[in-house]
Design a protein around this ligand. Structure first.
Ligand code: ZN
Length: 254
């Protein structure tokens, strides 16, 4: 009997200079793809982060008014570890982000400000694969980001943006979705993995709260948890990327 053939992922396009990552919450990029971000900033590429919320509803033990500023600080620190200094928040409400024109407009405005060739977001599908249900915020922001890549280039969809001096930007060539269960492309995770672990660890208060709540993770230190999570995820892609641990993306060309 022959081995079933494993479809190999393509290397990510690398003929670009600017990328913008748009996600719902602090930590989405650190759980999702910051090893790839670290490799890209090493190569001299400019990457900005845009977060729809401050993740203020993320900790059971801390009320949103105190949680939001803490998670914002953790997010800025974790971005700095992988060479990202531009971190913006769109001030949608954590947990109840609504997909619709207001969200698309805010993301289109960010795309016009940054003028990226590559846009990165997190899984916009209902599940992570199988029966692992995704959250409504990720679905809303992922979908709106895929849509806003086109909206940003159209003068007439959100004409008020032109009035704010934000000229149309039709230069987005790809939207790369991290955390997709049907990836098409990948980036070698090895050069950026150590910084990805440190970047995730900057969300220390949040991760400590999370691991305290989950008895299966309680025996690990925060460091062990972060390293274990990211290493396992990268290793899970290796079979489809020539044996190399990798960060996978589903790439939508435009
Ligand atoms: Zn999230």
């Amino acid at each position: 009997m022959t081995e079933p053939k494993i479809t190999q992922l393509q290397p990510m396009p690398d003929d670009w200079q600017r990328a913008l990552a748009v996600v719902a919450h602090p930590d989405d990029l650190e759980y999702g793809c910051s090893a790839a971000i670290a490799s890209w900033t090493d190569a001299g590429r400019e990457i900005g982060y845009v977060l729809a919320t401050r993740g203020e509803a993320g900790m059971d033990t801390l009320e949103p008014a105190n949680c939001g500023p803490l998670r914002e600080r953790e997010q800025r620190a974790s971005a700095a570890v992988v060479g990202v200094s531009s971190v913006e928040f769109l001030d949608h409400r954590d947990g109840v982000i609504e997909y619709g024109p207001a969200l698309r407009r805010d993301i289109a405005a960010a795309i016009r400000r940054h003028r990226p060739e590559l846009v990165i977001t997190l899984n916009h599908r209902d599940t992570w694969g199988g029966v692992a249900w995704n959250t409504p915020d990720h679905v809303a922001v992922g979908r709106a980001t895929l849509d806003a890549a086109g909206d940003a280039g159209n003068r007439w969809i959100f004409p008020e943006l032109g009035g704010q001096g934000l000229e149309p930007w039709n230069g987005v060539r790809w939207v790369a979705v991290a955390g997709s269960s049907t990836p098409t492309h990948a980036v070698d995770a090895t050069p950026g993995l150590e910084r990805a672990v440190r970047s995730l660890l900057e969300h220390r208060t949040y991760i400590e709260a999370l691991t305290d709540e989950d008895p299966t993770k309680g025996r690990m230190t925060v460091e062990e948890y972060a390293r274990d999570f990211l290493t396992r995820n990268a290793q899970a892609v290796a079979d489809r990327f020539g044996g190399r641990p990798a960060v996978a993306f589903e790439v939508f060309g435009r």
